[in-house]
Design a protein around this ligand. Structure first.
Ligand code: CTP
Length: 409
């Protein structure tokens, strides 16, 4: 999202920075927030000042940083209660384990905790800490307490940590936090858009106990559904059998076969403005599924397969077709094959990924080459959640770029 798309002009953001190595990333966040036109007031905990100098934040936001609860000069300018009434949003990033604990307890023994207690503005926290500290039951309980009180928890993400560990606890990327802020203060950019997403594998029965299937985990499709819902879309997820739970705020319809998925999608197309086909649909199914379990009598067994309907092509071919996004899994000639797929299926956007040894299906990371009529972009390998967020950004831009006359729904 370019900053010009969603300016935060005149929005007041109180950015709380607590102690931890991720505090330096808060500088980037402060800069990004200020660049959107927001007024940013940084409040640091004492520990945070050990990691980044207050002058850095002052230079980036144009406002002196507040640290102490009882600072006569600052209190004279804007007292802490006045300061608590000032913001449209309090964002604590990074939020250390200690800060989460203090907020959960409702402490008021430093400026940041006092402001969180005294403010009526929404509060969001972006945790950052060692993965073991994040996994600790005490932290989990503190986070649950804060969530129950309506505090938004943005992140953390998984990955390499400054301490050398790998796991959950990394601060959510500043650019993603920026989007979270924009969404919270301005509303999602897909509010009012109804979207259908397919995900996961299909199972094509051979007999009552066996099926033809594939290795799709459903992670990518679920991540897309989550990212669309986060932008305010009204999302229906038509899912094959997977081990994932339904994303928060998403309507889920479970199916097994390609035919069932096809029927479930077509039955829900009315009013739909966006269709994302992320499912790994079986191209063929056994012609006749046996009524009874097939016994191992014969040395050879022939199974005749017939083609399944192509759900994506069927949706794209409809006169009232929504904006359609397909996926393409390729082992070679990625761009050429994917472009061909986009054209033959008549879809608006295609997201292609390289599959093969160790890539694609079951992994948490993926890379995508995305192309549409008039442009393309290569997204490097990253967590499927972040990848889905990027894809949804591109979809949103294309969707909004469509002339209203072409897009009367
Ligand atoms: N798709 C679908 N219905 C099918 C088959 C595929 O909706 N019966 C969708 C998938 O969800 C995906 C895209 O079409 O968005 C994939 O197209 P497909 O032609 O199956 O490509 P690949 O899976 O990459 O397979 P192949 O290269 O063998 O054609």
């Amino acid at each position: 999202m370019s900053m010009a798309d969603a300016p935060l002009t005149d929005k007041r953001i109180l950015l709380g920075v607590s102690g931890g190595i991720a505090a330096y990333k808060a500088a980037e966040l402060a800069r990004g927030l200020a660049a959107t036109g927001a007024q940013v007031q940084v409040v640091m905990t004492q520990a945070a000042t050990e990691f980044v100098g207050p002058l850095t934040f002052q230079a980036l936001t144009g406002r002196p940083v507040r640290i102490a609860l009882f600072d006569a000069a600052h209190e004279a300018a804007m007292g802490h209660i006045e300061l608590a009434r000032w913001p449209d949003l309090v964002l604590v990033a990074p939020a250390s384990a200690n800060t989460l604990a203090r907020l959960a307890q409702g402490r008021a023994d430093d400026l940041l905790s006092t402001l969180c207690l005294a403010t009526a503005a929404p509060i969001a926290v972006a945790p950052a800490m060692n993965q073991q500290m994040w996994r600790n039951a005490a932290t989990a309980e503190n986070v649950a307490t804060l969530v129950a009180r309506g505090v938004r928890v943005w992140g953390p993400e998984s990955g390499d940590q400054a301490c050398g560990d790998v796991g959950p606890g990394r601060l959510r990327e500043p650019e993603d936090l920026l989007q979270d802020v924009q969404r919270l203060l301005l509303g999602g950019r897909l509010t009012g858009v109804s979207a259908l997403v397919t995900a996961g594998p299909t199972r094509e029965p051979l007999d009552p106990v066996r099926y033809l299937g594939n290795r799709s985990s459903g992670k990518m499709g679920y991540a897309v559904a989550t990212a669309l819902a986060a932008e305010g879309a009204d999302v229906t997820l038509v899912s094959g059998p997977v081990a994932l739970s339904a994303p928060h705020g998403v309507r889920r319809v479970m199916v097994e076969t390609a035919q069932e998925m096809h029927d479930a999608v077509l039955a829900r197309l009315t009013g739909c403005r966006l269709f994302v086909a992320a499912a790994a649909v079986a191209d063929y199914r056994p012609l006749d599924a046996a009524d009874q379990k097939i016994k191992k009598h014969a040395d050879e067994l022939q199974v005749e397969l017939i083609k399944n309907p192509d759900i994506l092509a069927a949706v794209a071919a409809r006169p009232d077709a929504p904006f359609t996004v397909g996926f393409a899994a390729e082992t070679e000639n990625l761009a050429r094959y994917a472009e061909a797929k986009r054209r033959t299926k008549g879809v608006d956007m295609i997201a292609a990924n390289q599959v093969g040894a160790g890539l694609g299906f079951d992994s948490d990371d993926n890379a995508l080459w995305i192309s549409w009529d008039g442009g393309d972009v290569q997204l490097p390998s990253m967590d499927k959640g972040r990848l889905a967020t990027r894809l949804v950004q591109l979809i949103t831009e294309r969707l909004h770029a469509q002339a209203p006359a072409e897009n009367p729904r």
